[in-house]
Design a protein around this ligand. Sequence first.
Ligand SMILES: *Cc1c(COP(=O)(O)O)cnc(C)c1O
Length: 427
Amino acid sequence: MRTAVSEALFERAVKVMPGGVNSPVRAFGAVGGVPRFIKSAKGQYIYDEDDNRYIDYIGSWGPMILGHCDDRVQEAVIKQAENGLSFGAATGLEVEMAELICEIVPCVEMIRMVNSGTEAVMSAIRAARGFTGRDKVIKFEGCYHGHADAMLVKAGSGVMTSGVPDSSGVPEGCAKDTLTAVYNDIVSVKKLFEENHDDIACVIVEPVAANMGVVLSEKGFLEALRELCDEYGALLIFDEVITGFRLAIGGAAEYFGVRPDLVTYGKIIGGGMPVGAYGGRRDIMSIVSPLGKVYQAGTLSGNPIAMRAGITQLKILKNDPSIYKHIALLGERLRNGLRKAVKEAGLPWNITGIGSLSCIYFTDENVRDYDSAKTSDTKKFAEYFRYMLDRGNYIGPSQFEALFISDSHTEADIDKTIKDAEEYFGV
Ligand SMILES: *Cc1c(COP(=O)(O)O)cnc(C)c1O
């Protein structure tokens, strides 16, 4: 596979950008090799600067659920751009977007648009703290909620009673109110509630953890979180930045039938444009400025082009339930194919997933939380990744990322990927 142009670009990039990228995982640090610089994409395919074609299993980390360059979204955006790129004032498009989401997701009674998932989470937590008058937040080890200071805590092993920042540059003061529990371990959550009683503002959780690979929430876990939050007067926040509009049109809240108090969105909601949002119960959202005393603002929030892209994609998803069937079937097909491949090769690797989200862990452990996810042999993953990439399968360049399937993918794409994996595993 040709990589000369990507190599040359990377050489220039590292001189002027930290690691040569604007988001760390893109640098391929975990897998080695040169990051491929992408020139264009269409449908299920992505093309790099050396004109290599790949079946894309990242989909911009989720937003491109219809596939790249969907004609309907592209045309809507181009037409919208003719009216101006940004006004910094109220628009009808924002009303349309808010009404659409409130209609799609019953637990969202009011919503505020922001520009990224990070911003959505940061703002939702501020609203939860403002509403409850409490400071402490419970998150789960291995769940990613963007890079706001208070969320860059995943703690060491086991349950900790006070946060230790994961990133340099995060003052301990910013992390001390972040408590971490173990995913799928309700006892670890209960313990934190018992120790901190009236101090917990909220529990934030990825209803399917899709940033430590793909770890499913086990039956009853989300329900038990709901009950604990009610018992202690804390709010339950679903971080649906990945699961929103993906597991089902109404996201994980609909899929699992558990009603959170607040929800955060990103990725799919913008149709590929930089958008995030947080919303939920009317009484909680009424605390947000200018209605209430929790301040939160954004120069480009509700940007008309971004709203048009998001609305167009969401309407397509809402009006065509067959999309969810299609991507879930392809997800099943991929997981079954990979499971069969590793089984025939006599390997103990674990394939996890739900709907259009999948992951292969190079461990024989049942992956159900951060510690078990970390038992995966990341060197083996890196080798697998490079093998698959060189054969035109573009999967996330880290063990701990999900593999995303779009509506543009076909059975033939999935079968090609399975065939390459079979070859790699020596079937
Ligand atoms: C991607 C992601 C975020 C952060 O969103 P950005 O738009 O990258 O800031 C937050 N939460 C979850 C669950 C995510 O997957």
